[in-house]
Design a protein around this ligand. Sequence first.
Ligand code: GLA
Ligand code: ZN
Length: 658
Amino acid sequence: MLHLGTAWYPEHWPEERWPEDVRLMKEAGLTVVRLGEFAWSTMEPEEGRYELDWLARAVEILWENGILSVIGTPSAAPPAWLTTKYPETLAVDEYGRPAQHGNRCHYCVNSPLYHEKTAAIVTKMAERLGRLPGIIGWQIDNEFNRVCYCPRCRDEFQAFLRRRYGDLETLNRRWSTAYWSQTYTDWRQIPLPIGYHNPGLMLEFQRFPTESYRRFQKMQIEILRRHIGKGQFITHNFMGWFGGFDHYALSADLDLAAWDFYVGTGHHDYLDSGAAHDLTRGFKRKNFWLMETQPGCVNWKAVNNHLYRGEVRLLAWHAVAHGAEAVCYWQWRSAPGGQEQYHGTIIGADGLPRPLFSEIAQLGKDFARVGEILTGTEPQAEVAILNCYESRWSIEWQRHHRDFDYVMHLKHYYRPLARRNIPANIVSAEAPLAGYRLVIAPALILMDSQRAARLKEYVLSGGCLVLTVRCGMKDEWNALLPALQPGPLAEVAGVEVEEYYALDEPVPVEETDESGITGQARIWAELLRPRTNGVKVLARYGPANGWLDGGAAVVEHEAGAGKVYYCGAYLDEAGQEALFARLVEETGLAPVLVTPPGLEAARRLAPDGREVYFLLNHTRTPQTVTLPWPAEELLSGERKTKGDFSLEGYGIAILIRE
Ligand code: GLA
Ligand code: ZN
């Protein structure tokens, strides 16, 4: 089953209007609606007085019309009576200013009182709604994101450190606090860092919200679990690459990961959004929900342009091709007031369909047609790209080069694969690696002994590992390892990094031994020193700063049954393409299909051997692809013969091979 849905806020409308909304939803082919997630003040108009019947009635009318519901817990939007009566529940910013009421996520996630009030409303909701037919799942809160600097959070942070380090002597040593006289003699002296601070402290302060949100989320999950039906899932709507906490840790307690995808200004870059879908799929290493996405335009960018005609439909299929089980538009209709009056919707201010309605209704038909055949299918990949929030945080505060962005660098290793229709999984650096033909560890700067041992084992047992710039430089406390990069992996890599350079100008990179790897390094270059004769140098630096000149830039080394590549240059597009040409050939990775630029081929597979192919034309002009086999196209029901097959601009084909 493939769901098409929307966010609906029945609390904004007189109940007499609901049947018409639901009728139009049905007309659009929607199968699921999310509701409730900001409705606390309607559900608990005054402390302890709960009004949940309206929400039950909304679920009921949807259900009567064959539409399922996902209920959001309302903790992202506490009511004014709560924040006024209990100001200590408000989040505080770095300058000590409490958040103002009237926006969202203005709560302190560590406030016991806030936990208590949230627990009370969630319990009432779970009791009243938990067994209603039609509810398929629950969403906890909405887009966790705030960091609080209140005195209670400082106490909690200090307690968190005490649990992690045990004693101050250990903490002082790990953080090198003798530096600038930072030595702590009492846990209460440790501040919440504001701005630039001690790297050990900075990393811990970034780990801390993960624990706080996880606890807050778990408290809600446990309440729901006690009351709701067995088949109902619990999720949270993440924000793609948002880096405020470790998404793997928060996902561990959820049944399913979901995310909210907005293009914002401009148009769709499918390599970029593909990476974000794959990231979310990697949170639980299974298919995900697109809980919110853009119906035309947003309201929060400098230019809130509309997506082109056909682009919204293409985006939906693109998400499905990457593992979405549901695509839900935010939102159905704008409230007459409220901060988001200008955001895209499906229904206009007049209560009638907007032009985009027809495109969504088309999707409704499409989804109904192919939903069944996709059941149980998932994208599968032979490449893993390792994503590590802690490495990201470590680098983010000490970029050393303004343009060194961890996520951009990671995507630099994703895009050449995606462009070739070679699927990749983006997974936690702690995920199992067995079975992957290729594992890429972009800028995996934190390298504790366990992590190193796992990577080593992967290589020695026959895997192919790519290490990139900044790999293996620090320990898990964010301190420099007493070794050159890549630290404990130097032996399997066959090299060490003699020196690293932030580049103010590009440096030529030249192939050796006809490796084909020629281009330029920019932003970052590392001078590699082979440790054994077994190291094959694939590219060297051309004339540069004098230090790099002639030095090894990219190397290959066999270790055990496997191989390690160390790419010490942050290559430009041409160089990166050449590197991937080599990697793909070496590892025997095959594309889903060979297609012209801008036309993507993706595939979902089921354990029973079912294979569903997606051809997605991300350009606005017709494109032709050569089918290697005859197929049935599911949207049109037409048979396609082997050979040339043309797709119109933004065209979509879903194929089953004959
Ligand atoms: C976020 C929120 C939604 C809405 C949209 C608007 O993703 O979760 O409630 O504000 O943005 O783009
Ligand atoms: Zn706080």
